[in-house]
Design a protein. Structure first.
Length: 257
């Protein structure tokens, strides 16, 4: 029977868990989500056997991890190999994954299989420990529309919206200049330069939950402090006003000429 590591002895001096207590902590790699591992993530079993060659079969139901940091939730199963570094002896390592009942694509941290006897049966053979943990990950598929929305992203959608707004605003300014070429700074330039950047930034913030809705129940839903995007408003509004002011100046000059 698999047991949880007792809290009172997990790091105690002389404890059987002391040699690999360094496995409990924070591990960070570039371009990867930080994982916080505690002794509560590990299980152990005890067995009393004589010296010699034995086959020990351990079966248990694992609880999957959920990574919410991406657009679509990633589920993974993890098995710690690091405690094996402290065994008195260690031979080869053979890993077989049978996904016949799973019927979905998955990825592992083990690299390409040594042998792939069928699409659902993969085998790996190692002469030493390949890494600290075995990670088997699965990311569910989403609809084509959701995939397109993820690829474009909130800022891509915001850029498209801004482009459309600039074209419409430009048409309004051009129409205005057909009737008035004397006003140096018309109200259509000022009002549009104040409203359009604010509208686009608020829309970008709203695109995050909108894409989550397109994904459905498998959406990660964690995007950080997206409301801070609104702090860009003064800079964006100024740049937008300069662009539209220059466009209006060119129209006014051309109309007068």
């Amino acid at each position: 029977m698999l047991k949880e590591i007792p809290e009172e002895i997990q790091l105690a001096k002389g404890s059987p868990f002391e040699p690999f207590s360094s496995s409990f902590g924070i591990s960070e790699e570039s371009n990867r989500v930080m994982d916080y591992l505690t002794s509560g993530n590990y299980r152990y079993f005890e067995i009393d056997i004589d010296a010699g060659i034995h086959i020990v079969k351990v079966m248990y139901s694992a609880t999957f991890w959920i990574n919410n940091s991406e657009w679509v939730k990633e589920r993974s199963f993890r098995y710690a190999l690091s405690p094996a570094k402290y065994w008195q002896s260690y031979g080869t390592l053979d890993i077989t994954i049978n996904s016949t009942e799973f019927k979905k694509s998955y990825t592992t941290s083990l690299g390409s299989p040594s042998e792939q006897s069928s699409p659902t049966l993969a085998h790996w053979h190692f002469m030493s420990l390949p890494e600290e943990d075995i990670i088997i990950s699965y990311t569910p598929e989403v609809s084509l529309f959701a995939t397109i929305m993820i690829a474009i992203g909130p800022f891509g959608l915001g850029s498209l919206l801004l482009l459309i707004a600039i074209m419409l605003h430009g048409c309004v300014i051009k129409r205005y200049r057909r009737h008035d070429v004397t006003t140096r700074l018309p109200w259509v330039v000022i009002v549009g330069s104040l409203i359009i950047p604010l509208f686009v930034l608020i829309s970008i913030i709203g695109f995050f939950p909108l894409i989550d809705i397109c994904i459905g129940t498998e959406a990660g839903g964690h995007h950080g402090y997206t409301f801070l995007i609104i702090l860009l408003y003064p800079v964006i509004a100024l740049l937008y006003w300069l662009i539209m002011w220059f466009y209006d100046w060119m129209l006014r000059r051309k109309t007068k000429g």
